[in-house]
Design a binder for this molecule. Structure first.
Ligand SMILES: [Ca+2]
Length: 515
Protein backbone atom coordinates (compact mmCIF):
# COMPACT_ATOMS: atom_id res chain seq x y z
CA UNK A 1 0.00 0.00 0.00
CA UNK A 2 1.15 3.52 -0.73
CA UNK A 3 1.17 4.59 2.88
CA UNK A 4 1.47 8.31 2.36
CA UNK A 5 -1.53 8.51 0.03
CA UNK A 6 -3.55 6.36 2.37
CA UNK A 7 -2.65 8.42 5.41
CA UNK A 8 -3.45 11.66 3.64
CA UNK A 9 -6.85 10.33 2.70
CA UNK A 10 -7.60 9.09 6.19
CA UNK A 11 -6.65 12.53 7.43
CA UNK A 12 -8.93 14.22 4.94
CA UNK A 13 -11.93 12.09 5.80
CA UNK A 14 -11.43 12.34 9.53
CA UNK A 15 -10.75 16.06 9.29
CA UNK A 16 -13.94 16.54 7.35
CA UNK A 17 -15.95 14.69 9.96
CA UNK A 18 -14.25 16.58 12.74
CA UNK A 19 -15.08 19.89 11.10
CA UNK A 20 -18.75 19.03 11.28
CA UNK A 21 -18.54 18.23 14.94
CA UNK A 22 -16.89 21.54 15.64
CA UNK A 23 -19.41 23.24 13.37
CA UNK A 24 -16.82 25.37 11.67
CA UNK A 25 -16.22 26.06 8.03
CA UNK A 26 -14.26 23.31 6.42
CA UNK A 27 -11.00 24.26 4.75
CA UNK A 28 -11.30 22.19 1.62
CA UNK A 29 -8.14 20.78 0.05
CA UNK A 30 -7.83 21.91 -3.54
CA UNK A 31 -11.53 21.74 -4.33
CA UNK A 32 -12.38 21.40 -7.97
CA UNK A 33 -15.95 22.41 -7.24
CA UNK A 34 -16.96 26.02 -6.77
CA UNK A 35 -19.50 24.93 -4.17
CA UNK A 36 -19.14 26.30 -0.67
CA UNK A 37 -18.08 23.77 1.90
CA UNK A 38 -19.98 25.20 4.82
CA UNK A 39 -22.03 22.54 6.52
CA UNK A 40 -25.66 22.91 7.45
CA UNK A 41 -27.10 21.03 10.40
CA UNK A 42 -30.32 20.24 8.53
CA UNK A 43 -28.37 18.53 5.76
CA UNK A 44 -26.95 16.13 8.30
CA UNK A 45 -30.31 14.75 9.44
CA UNK A 46 -30.93 12.98 6.15
CA UNK A 47 -27.74 11.21 5.14
CA UNK A 48 -26.63 11.01 1.56
CA UNK A 49 -25.76 7.55 0.35
CA UNK A 50 -23.09 6.84 -2.25
CA UNK A 51 -22.64 3.39 -3.76
CA UNK A 52 -19.38 2.85 -5.62
CA UNK A 53 -19.63 -0.35 -7.65
CA UNK A 54 -16.73 -2.09 -9.33
CA UNK A 55 -17.42 -4.48 -12.18
CA UNK A 56 -16.46 -8.12 -12.16
CA UNK A 57 -14.19 -7.89 -9.16
CA UNK A 58 -13.45 -10.25 -6.33
CA UNK A 59 -11.82 -9.07 -3.11
CA UNK A 60 -8.47 -8.62 -4.85
CA UNK A 61 -7.40 -5.50 -2.98
CA UNK A 62 -4.27 -4.98 -0.93
CA UNK A 63 -6.38 -4.61 2.25
CA UNK A 64 -7.70 -8.14 1.56
CA UNK A 65 -4.14 -9.43 1.31
CA UNK A 66 -3.79 -9.90 -2.45
CA UNK A 67 -0.16 -9.75 -3.55
CA UNK A 68 1.01 -7.47 -6.37
CA UNK A 69 -1.89 -5.04 -6.06
CA UNK A 70 -1.73 -1.61 -4.44
CA UNK A 71 -5.07 -0.02 -3.59
CA UNK A 72 -4.23 2.84 -1.21
CA UNK A 73 -7.55 4.66 -1.47
CA UNK A 74 -9.78 1.66 -0.85
CA UNK A 75 -7.39 0.52 1.88
CA UNK A 76 -7.72 3.94 3.48
CA UNK A 77 -11.49 3.87 3.23
CA UNK A 78 -11.46 0.42 4.84
CA UNK A 79 -9.21 1.64 7.62
CA UNK A 80 -11.69 4.35 8.64
CA UNK A 81 -14.77 2.32 7.68
CA UNK A 82 -15.80 -1.28 8.07
CA UNK A 83 -14.42 -4.01 5.83
CA UNK A 84 -16.37 -7.22 5.28
CA UNK A 85 -14.54 -10.43 4.50
CA UNK A 86 -17.60 -12.57 3.75
CA UNK A 87 -19.75 -10.51 1.36
CA UNK A 88 -21.34 -12.28 -1.61
CA UNK A 89 -23.49 -11.40 -4.54
CA UNK A 90 -26.44 -13.70 -5.08
CA UNK A 91 -25.62 -14.40 -8.73
CA UNK A 92 -22.27 -14.28 -10.55
CA UNK A 93 -23.09 -12.16 -13.61
CA UNK A 94 -23.97 -8.50 -14.24
CA UNK A 95 -27.62 -8.35 -15.19
CA UNK A 96 -28.94 -10.91 -12.72
CA UNK A 97 -26.79 -9.57 -9.90
CA UNK A 98 -27.77 -5.97 -10.59
CA UNK A 99 -31.43 -6.95 -10.90
CA UNK A 100 -31.05 -8.43 -7.41
CA UNK A 101 -29.17 -5.79 -5.49
CA UNK A 102 -31.25 -2.96 -6.97
CA UNK A 103 -34.50 -4.57 -5.80
CA UNK A 104 -33.35 -6.31 -2.60
CA UNK A 105 -34.64 -9.59 -4.07
CA UNK A 106 -33.12 -12.79 -5.42
CA UNK A 107 -33.21 -12.67 -9.24
CA UNK A 108 -34.73 -16.17 -9.05
CA UNK A 109 -37.69 -14.90 -7.04
CA UNK A 110 -38.56 -12.04 -9.35
CA UNK A 111 -37.98 -13.93 -12.63
CA UNK A 112 -34.83 -11.96 -13.55
CA UNK A 113 -32.50 -14.97 -13.28
CA UNK A 114 -31.59 -15.49 -16.94
CA UNK A 115 -28.78 -13.18 -18.07
CA UNK A 116 -29.96 -10.32 -20.31
CA UNK A 117 -33.55 -11.51 -20.34
CA UNK A 118 -36.85 -9.60 -20.55
CA UNK A 119 -35.38 -6.68 -22.44
CA UNK A 120 -38.25 -6.12 -24.83
CA UNK A 121 -41.12 -8.28 -23.65
CA UNK A 122 -42.75 -5.89 -21.18
CA UNK A 123 -41.90 -8.08 -18.17
CA UNK A 124 -42.42 -6.07 -14.98
CA UNK A 125 -41.36 -6.57 -11.39
CA UNK A 126 -43.86 -8.40 -9.16
CA UNK A 127 -46.24 -6.45 -6.93
CA UNK A 128 -44.49 -4.79 -4.02
CA UNK A 129 -41.04 -5.03 -5.61
CA UNK A 130 -39.51 -1.81 -6.89
CA UNK A 131 -36.18 -0.35 -7.85
CA UNK A 132 -34.26 1.15 -4.97
CA UNK A 133 -34.25 4.54 -6.66
CA UNK A 134 -38.03 4.56 -7.10
CA UNK A 135 -38.48 4.08 -3.37
CA UNK A 136 -35.94 6.84 -2.76
CA UNK A 137 -37.41 9.27 -5.26
CA UNK A 138 -40.79 8.95 -3.54
CA UNK A 139 -38.97 9.62 -0.26
CA UNK A 140 -37.76 12.94 -1.72
CA UNK A 141 -34.24 11.76 -2.38
CA UNK A 142 -32.38 13.01 -5.42
CA UNK A 143 -31.00 10.04 -7.34
CA UNK A 144 -28.08 9.77 -9.73
CA UNK A 145 -26.15 7.18 -11.68
CA UNK A 146 -22.96 9.14 -12.22
CA UNK A 147 -21.36 9.21 -15.66
CA UNK A 148 -19.78 12.67 -15.44
CA UNK A 149 -17.53 12.96 -12.43
CA UNK A 150 -16.26 16.29 -13.70
CA UNK A 151 -17.90 19.00 -15.78
CA UNK A 152 -15.25 18.58 -18.47
CA UNK A 153 -17.03 16.90 -21.40
CA UNK A 154 -13.66 15.73 -22.75
CA UNK A 155 -12.74 13.85 -19.58
CA UNK A 156 -12.37 10.20 -20.56
CA UNK A 157 -10.90 8.51 -17.50
CA UNK A 158 -12.76 9.96 -14.53
CA UNK A 159 -16.16 8.75 -15.61
CA UNK A 160 -18.73 6.19 -14.60
CA UNK A 161 -20.53 3.93 -17.02
CA UNK A 162 -24.08 4.69 -15.90
CA UNK A 163 -24.75 0.96 -16.21
CA UNK A 164 -28.14 -0.44 -15.23
CA UNK A 165 -28.50 -3.81 -17.04
CA UNK A 166 -31.75 -4.97 -15.41
CA UNK A 167 -33.80 -7.96 -16.52
CA UNK A 168 -37.18 -6.28 -16.26
CA UNK A 169 -39.02 -3.34 -17.71
CA UNK A 170 -38.43 -0.05 -15.93
CA UNK A 171 -41.69 1.81 -15.74
CA UNK A 172 -40.34 5.17 -14.62
CA UNK A 173 -37.14 7.17 -14.97
CA UNK A 174 -34.72 5.34 -12.66
CA UNK A 175 -32.36 8.25 -11.94
CA UNK A 176 -32.70 12.02 -11.83
CA UNK A 177 -29.19 12.82 -13.05
CA UNK A 178 -25.88 11.47 -14.31
CA UNK A 179 -23.73 14.37 -13.13
CA UNK A 180 -21.68 14.58 -9.95
CA UNK A 181 -22.03 18.36 -9.95
CA UNK A 182 -25.79 17.99 -9.32
CA UNK A 183 -25.29 16.25 -5.98
CA UNK A 184 -24.25 19.07 -3.64
CA UNK A 185 -27.26 21.23 -4.49
CA UNK A 186 -29.71 18.35 -4.34
CA UNK A 187 -29.26 16.84 -0.89
CA UNK A 188 -30.21 14.42 0.40
CA UNK A 189 -29.09 12.26 -2.49
CA UNK A 190 -28.51 8.64 -3.37
CA UNK A 191 -25.81 8.32 -5.99
CA UNK A 192 -24.28 5.32 -7.64
CA UNK A 193 -21.06 5.19 -9.61
CA UNK A 194 -20.28 2.17 -11.75
CA UNK A 195 -16.66 1.81 -12.76
CA UNK A 196 -15.69 -0.42 -15.73
CA UNK A 197 -11.96 -1.08 -15.25
CA UNK A 198 -12.25 -4.64 -14.03
CA UNK A 199 -14.75 -5.56 -16.76
CA UNK A 200 -12.93 -6.97 -19.78
CA UNK A 201 -12.82 -4.52 -22.65
CA UNK A 202 -11.16 -1.21 -23.41
CA UNK A 203 -10.80 0.00 -19.81
CA UNK A 204 -9.24 -3.34 -18.74
CA UNK A 205 -6.90 -3.45 -21.73
CA UNK A 206 -5.64 0.08 -21.08
CA UNK A 207 -5.62 0.05 -17.27
CA UNK A 208 -1.81 -0.21 -16.99
CA UNK A 209 -1.46 3.17 -18.69
CA UNK A 210 -3.15 4.94 -15.80
CA UNK A 211 -1.14 3.58 -12.88
CA UNK A 212 2.43 4.14 -11.73
CA UNK A 213 3.47 0.64 -10.74
CA UNK A 214 2.04 -2.34 -12.56
CA UNK A 215 1.65 -5.88 -11.23
CA UNK A 216 4.58 -8.20 -11.96
CA UNK A 217 3.24 -11.26 -13.81
CA UNK A 218 6.06 -13.38 -12.38
CA UNK A 219 4.93 -12.60 -8.83
CA UNK A 220 1.13 -12.84 -9.03
CA UNK A 221 -0.55 -15.71 -7.24
CA UNK A 222 -2.67 -17.84 -9.55
CA UNK A 223 -5.43 -20.16 -8.37
CA UNK A 224 -4.28 -23.78 -8.68
CA UNK A 225 -6.97 -24.55 -11.26
CA UNK A 226 -5.23 -22.26 -13.79
CA UNK A 227 -2.11 -23.49 -15.58
CA UNK A 228 1.06 -21.75 -14.44
CA UNK A 229 1.77 -20.33 -17.85
CA UNK A 230 3.01 -16.87 -18.93
CA UNK A 231 -0.31 -16.16 -20.69
CA UNK A 232 -2.29 -16.90 -17.53
CA UNK A 233 0.11 -14.83 -15.42
CA UNK A 234 -0.05 -11.89 -17.80
CA UNK A 235 -3.84 -12.02 -17.83
CA UNK A 236 -4.03 -12.08 -14.02
CA UNK A 237 -1.54 -9.22 -13.75
CA UNK A 238 -3.64 -7.11 -16.09
CA UNK A 239 -6.67 -7.79 -13.90
CA UNK A 240 -4.72 -6.43 -10.93
CA UNK A 241 -3.67 -3.42 -13.01
CA UNK A 242 -7.36 -2.83 -13.66
CA UNK A 243 -8.05 -3.02 -9.92
CA UNK A 244 -5.35 -0.40 -9.35
CA UNK A 245 -6.82 1.91 -12.01
CA UNK A 246 -10.19 1.51 -10.34
CA UNK A 247 -8.66 2.46 -6.99
CA UNK A 248 -7.30 5.64 -8.52
CA UNK A 249 -10.80 6.58 -9.62
CA UNK A 250 -12.21 5.77 -6.20
CA UNK A 251 -9.57 8.11 -4.77
CA UNK A 252 -10.75 10.84 -7.11
CA UNK A 253 -14.32 10.39 -5.92
CA UNK A 254 -13.34 10.44 -2.24
CA UNK A 255 -11.29 13.58 -2.68
CA UNK A 256 -14.14 15.25 -4.55
CA UNK A 257 -16.58 14.25 -1.82
CA UNK A 258 -14.37 16.00 0.70
CA UNK A 259 -13.82 19.00 -1.58
CA UNK A 260 -17.57 19.43 -1.97
CA UNK A 261 -18.12 19.29 1.78
CA UNK A 262 -20.11 16.07 1.53
CA UNK A 263 -17.87 13.64 3.41
CA UNK A 264 -19.44 14.47 6.78
CA UNK A 265 -22.96 13.35 5.86
CA UNK A 266 -22.52 10.74 3.14
CA UNK A 267 -22.54 7.02 3.82
CA UNK A 268 -20.23 5.28 1.35
CA UNK A 269 -20.75 1.69 0.29
CA UNK A 270 -18.13 0.15 -2.01
CA UNK A 271 -18.65 -3.33 -3.46
CA UNK A 272 -18.22 -5.46 -6.58
CA UNK A 273 -21.17 -6.45 -8.79
CA UNK A 274 -19.86 -10.08 -8.74
CA UNK A 275 -16.55 -11.94 -8.93
CA UNK A 276 -13.69 -11.60 -11.39
CA UNK A 277 -14.02 -12.12 -15.15
CA UNK A 278 -11.96 -15.29 -15.24
CA UNK A 279 -12.56 -18.98 -15.72
CA UNK A 280 -14.56 -20.25 -12.74
CA UNK A 281 -15.18 -16.65 -11.66
CA UNK A 282 -17.88 -14.58 -13.35
CA UNK A 283 -20.84 -16.81 -14.28
CA UNK A 284 -19.86 -19.55 -11.81
CA UNK A 285 -21.44 -19.51 -8.35
CA UNK A 286 -18.37 -20.50 -6.35
CA UNK A 287 -16.66 -18.08 -3.99
CA UNK A 288 -14.58 -17.13 -7.03
CA UNK A 289 -17.71 -15.87 -8.80
CA UNK A 290 -19.74 -14.56 -5.85
CA UNK A 291 -17.24 -13.29 -3.28
CA UNK A 292 -16.85 -9.51 -3.53
CA UNK A 293 -15.13 -6.76 -1.61
CA UNK A 294 -17.41 -4.72 0.64
CA UNK A 295 -16.40 -1.59 2.52
CA UNK A 296 -18.91 0.60 4.33
CA UNK A 297 -17.93 4.02 5.61
CA UNK A 298 -20.18 5.75 8.09
CA UNK A 299 -19.42 9.46 8.28
CA UNK A 300 -18.67 10.72 11.75
CA UNK A 301 -20.99 13.68 11.17
CA UNK A 302 -23.82 11.23 11.79
CA UNK A 303 -24.34 9.02 14.82
CA UNK A 304 -23.10 5.56 13.93
CA UNK A 305 -25.76 2.85 14.15
CA UNK A 306 -25.44 -0.10 16.46
CA UNK A 307 -23.42 -2.82 14.77
CA UNK A 308 -21.24 -0.43 12.80
CA UNK A 309 -17.73 -0.06 14.17
CA UNK A 310 -15.31 2.20 12.37
CA UNK A 311 -11.91 0.76 11.59
CA UNK A 312 -12.92 -2.86 12.06
CA UNK A 313 -13.06 -5.97 9.93
CA UNK A 314 -16.20 -8.09 10.03
CA UNK A 315 -16.53 -11.74 9.06
CA UNK A 316 -20.33 -11.77 9.19
CA UNK A 317 -22.09 -13.14 6.13
CA UNK A 318 -23.52 -10.41 3.93
CA UNK A 319 -25.55 -10.85 0.73
CA UNK A 320 -25.58 -8.11 -1.90
CA UNK A 321 -29.37 -7.78 -1.55
CA UNK A 322 -28.75 -6.63 2.04
CA UNK A 323 -27.25 -3.40 0.76
CA UNK A 324 -30.59 -2.22 -0.58
CA UNK A 325 -32.46 -3.10 2.62
CA UNK A 326 -29.75 -1.35 4.63
CA UNK A 327 -29.83 1.73 2.40
CA UNK A 328 -33.61 2.01 2.75
CA UNK A 329 -33.23 1.81 6.52
CA UNK A 330 -30.47 4.42 6.53
CA UNK A 331 -32.68 6.98 4.79
CA UNK A 332 -35.62 6.24 7.07
CA UNK A 333 -37.75 4.02 4.84
CA UNK A 334 -39.40 0.88 6.17
CA UNK A 335 -38.14 -2.30 4.59
CA UNK A 336 -40.95 -3.72 2.43
CA UNK A 337 -42.50 -6.87 3.84
CA UNK A 338 -41.61 -8.96 0.80
CA UNK A 339 -37.98 -7.87 0.64
CA UNK A 340 -35.46 -10.71 0.88
CA UNK A 341 -32.48 -8.51 1.77
CA UNK A 342 -31.52 -7.90 5.40
CA UNK A 343 -30.82 -4.69 7.28
CA UNK A 344 -27.25 -4.79 8.59
CA UNK A 345 -27.16 -2.09 11.27
CA UNK A 346 -29.19 -0.14 13.78
CA UNK A 347 -32.34 -0.78 15.79
CA UNK A 348 -34.14 -2.38 12.83
CA UNK A 349 -31.27 -4.73 11.97
CA UNK A 350 -32.14 -8.28 11.00
CA UNK A 351 -30.38 -11.14 12.74
CA UNK A 352 -26.99 -11.90 11.16
CA UNK A 353 -27.27 -14.43 8.34
CA UNK A 354 -26.39 -18.03 9.00
CA UNK A 355 -26.29 -18.63 5.25
CA UNK A 356 -25.88 -16.83 1.97
CA UNK A 357 -27.60 -18.33 -1.06
CA UNK A 358 -27.09 -17.92 -4.76
CA UNK A 359 -27.00 -19.49 -8.17
CA UNK A 360 -26.98 -19.01 -11.88
CA UNK A 361 -29.12 -19.77 -14.88
CA UNK A 362 -28.71 -19.11 -18.61
CA UNK A 363 -25.77 -16.86 -19.49
CA UNK A 364 -25.91 -15.70 -23.10
CA UNK A 365 -26.45 -18.88 -25.18
CA UNK A 366 -25.31 -21.18 -22.37
CA UNK A 367 -28.15 -22.96 -20.58
CA UNK A 368 -27.38 -23.88 -17.00
CA UNK A 369 -28.92 -23.97 -13.56
CA UNK A 370 -26.81 -24.13 -10.43
CA UNK A 371 -27.89 -23.32 -6.88
CA UNK A 372 -25.66 -22.89 -3.87
CA UNK A 373 -25.67 -22.20 -0.16
CA UNK A 374 -22.73 -21.15 1.94
CA UNK A 375 -22.31 -20.77 5.66
CA UNK A 376 -19.21 -19.36 7.29
CA UNK A 377 -17.26 -22.51 6.56
CA UNK A 378 -18.83 -24.67 3.84
CA UNK A 379 -20.21 -24.14 0.36
CA UNK A 380 -22.71 -26.63 -1.05
CA UNK A 381 -23.50 -26.58 -4.78
CA UNK A 382 -26.18 -28.38 -6.76
CA UNK A 383 -25.73 -28.74 -10.50
CA UNK A 384 -29.02 -29.24 -12.30
CA UNK A 385 -27.20 -30.11 -15.54
CA UNK A 386 -24.49 -32.52 -14.37
CA UNK A 387 -24.38 -34.15 -17.82
CA UNK A 388 -22.89 -31.02 -19.32
CA UNK A 389 -19.24 -29.97 -19.21
CA UNK A 390 -18.15 -27.32 -16.77
CA UNK A 391 -16.75 -25.35 -19.69
CA UNK A 392 -19.74 -25.87 -21.97
CA UNK A 393 -19.52 -23.47 -24.86
CA UNK A 394 -20.02 -19.80 -24.12
CA UNK A 395 -18.67 -17.75 -26.97
CA UNK A 396 -18.24 -14.57 -25.00
CA UNK A 397 -15.93 -16.31 -22.56
CA UNK A 398 -14.13 -18.32 -25.25
CA UNK A 399 -13.26 -15.02 -26.91
CA UNK A 400 -12.59 -12.85 -23.86
CA UNK A 401 -10.75 -15.19 -21.49
CA UNK A 402 -7.37 -16.25 -22.90
CA UNK A 403 -7.06 -18.92 -20.22
CA UNK A 404 -9.86 -20.96 -21.84
CA UNK A 405 -8.08 -21.57 -25.17
CA UNK A 406 -4.86 -21.99 -23.17
CA UNK A 407 -6.43 -24.76 -21.11
CA UNK A 408 -7.88 -26.45 -24.18
CA UNK A 409 -4.46 -26.30 -25.81
CA UNK A 410 -2.59 -27.65 -22.80
CA UNK A 411 -5.21 -30.34 -22.29
CA UNK A 412 -4.57 -31.61 -25.80
CA UNK A 413 -0.88 -31.84 -24.89
CA UNK A 414 -1.67 -33.61 -21.61
CA UNK A 415 -0.05 -30.79 -19.67
CA UNK A 416 -2.81 -29.93 -17.22
CA UNK A 417 -2.80 -31.07 -13.61
CA UNK A 418 -5.76 -33.14 -12.41
CA UNK A 419 -7.33 -30.13 -10.74
CA UNK A 420 -7.01 -28.08 -13.94
CA UNK A 421 -8.17 -30.88 -16.25
CA UNK A 422 -11.36 -31.23 -14.19
CA UNK A 423 -12.59 -27.95 -15.66
CA UNK A 424 -12.49 -29.57 -19.10
CA UNK A 425 -14.20 -32.80 -18.09
CA UNK A 426 -17.30 -33.73 -20.14
CA UNK A 427 -19.55 -33.90 -17.07
CA UNK A 428 -19.86 -32.39 -13.62
CA UNK A 429 -20.72 -33.81 -10.22
CA UNK A 430 -24.36 -33.48 -9.21
CA UNK A 431 -23.36 -32.02 -5.90
CA UNK A 432 -20.27 -30.29 -4.55
CA UNK A 433 -19.23 -29.49 -1.00
CA UNK A 434 -16.18 -27.46 -0.04
CA UNK A 435 -14.56 -26.58 3.26
CA UNK A 436 -13.57 -22.96 2.69
CA UNK A 437 -11.39 -22.86 5.80
CA UNK A 438 -9.17 -25.65 4.55
CA UNK A 439 -9.78 -25.29 0.84
CA UNK A 440 -10.31 -21.63 -0.14
CA UNK A 441 -10.02 -22.46 -3.85
CA UNK A 442 -12.88 -24.99 -3.65
CA UNK A 443 -11.07 -27.83 -5.38
CA UNK A 444 -11.55 -30.73 -2.95
CA UNK A 445 -15.15 -31.92 -3.31
CA UNK A 446 -16.22 -33.48 0.02
CA UNK A 447 -19.52 -34.97 -1.11
CA UNK A 448 -18.14 -38.50 -0.69
CA UNK A 449 -16.29 -37.75 2.53
CA UNK A 450 -17.67 -39.81 5.42
CA UNK A 451 -16.84 -37.20 8.03
CA UNK A 452 -18.76 -34.48 6.14
CA UNK A 453 -22.07 -36.28 5.66
CA UNK A 454 -23.80 -34.31 8.42
CA UNK A 455 -22.79 -30.98 6.92
CA UNK A 456 -23.77 -32.23 3.47
CA UNK A 457 -27.25 -33.25 4.65
CA UNK A 458 -27.71 -30.03 6.59
CA UNK A 459 -26.76 -27.77 3.67
CA UNK A 460 -28.65 -29.87 1.14
CA UNK A 461 -31.77 -29.47 3.28
CA UNK A 462 -31.19 -25.73 3.71
CA UNK A 463 -30.83 -25.30 -0.03
CA UNK A 464 -34.02 -27.24 -0.72
CA UNK A 465 -35.93 -25.19 1.84
CA UNK A 466 -34.61 -22.01 0.27
CA UNK A 467 -35.71 -23.03 -3.25
CA UNK A 468 -39.26 -23.39 -1.94
CA UNK A 469 -39.12 -20.28 0.21
CA UNK A 470 -38.08 -18.01 -2.67
CA UNK A 471 -40.43 -19.70 -5.16
CA UNK A 472 -37.45 -20.21 -7.50
CA UNK A 473 -38.54 -19.39 -11.05
CA UNK A 474 -35.47 -21.12 -12.44
CA UNK A 475 -37.36 -24.41 -12.22
CA UNK A 476 -39.32 -23.42 -15.32
CA UNK A 477 -37.35 -23.91 -18.56
CA UNK A 478 -37.07 -20.88 -20.81
CA UNK A 479 -38.78 -20.78 -24.20
CA UNK A 480 -36.39 -22.67 -26.56
CA UNK A 481 -36.87 -19.90 -29.13
CA UNK A 482 -35.12 -17.46 -26.81
CA UNK A 483 -32.16 -19.80 -26.41
CA UNK A 484 -32.00 -20.43 -30.15
CA UNK A 485 -32.02 -16.69 -30.86
CA UNK A 486 -29.14 -16.20 -28.42
CA UNK A 487 -27.18 -19.00 -30.02
CA UNK A 488 -27.60 -17.59 -33.52
CA UNK A 489 -26.65 -14.13 -32.35
CA UNK A 490 -23.56 -15.30 -30.48
CA UNK A 491 -22.42 -17.42 -33.42
CA UNK A 492 -22.77 -14.44 -35.73
CA UNK A 493 -20.91 -12.12 -33.36
CA UNK A 494 -18.17 -14.40 -32.17
CA UNK A 495 -17.42 -17.49 -34.25
CA UNK A 496 -15.14 -15.83 -36.80
CA UNK A 497 -13.42 -13.72 -34.14
CA UNK A 498 -12.86 -16.73 -31.88
CA UNK A 499 -11.24 -18.62 -34.74
CA UNK A 500 -8.81 -15.81 -35.54
CA UNK A 501 -7.98 -15.10 -31.90
CA UNK A 502 -7.48 -18.76 -31.04
CA UNK A 503 -5.04 -19.12 -33.93
CA UNK A 504 -3.09 -16.09 -32.69
CA UNK A 505 -3.10 -17.34 -29.12
CA UNK A 506 -1.98 -20.82 -30.09
CA UNK A 507 1.16 -19.34 -31.63
CA UNK A 508 1.74 -17.47 -28.38
CA UNK A 509 1.17 -20.64 -26.34
CA UNK A 510 3.70 -22.52 -28.41
CA UNK A 511 6.29 -19.78 -28.01
CA UNK A 512 5.61 -19.40 -24.28
CA UNK A 513 5.60 -23.09 -23.50
CA UNK A 514 4.25 -24.38 -20.23
CA UNK A 515 6.05 -24.20 -16.93
CA1 LIG B 1 -20.38 -7.11 -13.93
Amino acid sequence: MNRSTGLILIGIILASALVVRLNVVHAAPKATSKAKTETKPEAIKQPNVLWIISEDMGPELSCYGTPQVQTPYLDALASVGMRFTRAFTVTPVCSTSRSSFMTGMYAMTIGAHNHRSHRNDGFELPNGVRLLTHWLQDHKYFTANIVHLTDDPKEKFYRGTGKTDWNFKVTRKPYDSNKWSDLKKNQPFYAQINFPETHRGGAWNNAHKFIKKTADPAKVKLPPYYPDHPVARKDWAQYLNAVMALDKKVGFVLKQLVADGLAHNTVIIFFGDHGRAMVRGKQWPYDSGLHVPLIIFWPTGLPAPEGYEAGTVSDRLVASIDLMATTMDIVGLDKPRVMEGNILFGPNADAPRKYVFGGRDRGDETVDRIRTVRDKRYRYIRNFYPDRPFLQINRYKEYQYPVIPLMRYLNEKGKLTDVQARLLAPTRPKEELYDLDKDPYEINNLVESAEHQNDLKRLRGDLEDWLVEIDDKGRFPEDPKIIEAWKKNMMKNYDARIKTRTQQLRKEFEQGGSK
